[in-house]
Design a protein around this ligand. Sequence first.
Ligand SMILES: Cc1cc2nc3c(=O)[nH]c(=O)nc-3n(C[C@H](O)[C@H](O)[C@H](O)COP(=O)(O)O)c2cc1C
Length: 160
Amino acid sequence: MTDAVLKRVAIRKYTAEKVSEDDIKALIAAFQASPCGMHQADVMQMTVVEDENLLSEIEQVTSNACYNAPLLFIINVKKGNEFGERDASVAAENLMVEAATLNLGSVYLMNAANVLNSAKSLEQKLEVPEDFETSVIVACGHAAEQPNDDRSNRYKVVRK
Ligand SMILES: Cc1cc2nc3c(=O)[nH]c(=O)nc-3n(C[C@H](O)[C@H](O)[C@H](O)COP(=O)(O)O)c2cc1C
């Protein structure tokens, strides 16, 4: 299976190996290419974390909900905006598919995002503006597991 959309799978175990600078740049480009509702590009922004001290603080605050991934994409959206949550989910998928293309693992994290929103001093360090909140965190790194579930018939599909 070579298609990145089919190859992408939630990874919850990572090696300690860092993600290369070239790969981080490609992932940020994938985020920048994400669609947004009604051209409102100013309701979403992202903090990219690879600093080890910040990563361990996030793991501590979220009770290891980011699986010790060496790279976190923290996607923040303007509070109360009707497009923010949707924009963030689309952008998360762009990041995860690009990660699969680069042979990196990733996972969409909602719980960790929710916890982060209550950790105000940490959000300040991550430069999340006061009128924004974290919607999704995408954890990323070199996979230390390879799940192999059959996902070919997971959802009901109606064709008419
Ligand atoms: C809206 C949403 C929220 C999710 N939140 C979490 C989460 O907080 N923690 C986690 O480990 N995985 C989370 N996931 C990943 C899902 O558990 C995973 O995508 C699902 O089990 C399907 O597996 P797959 O991604 O390998 O196809 C989330 C996925 C979505 C789409």
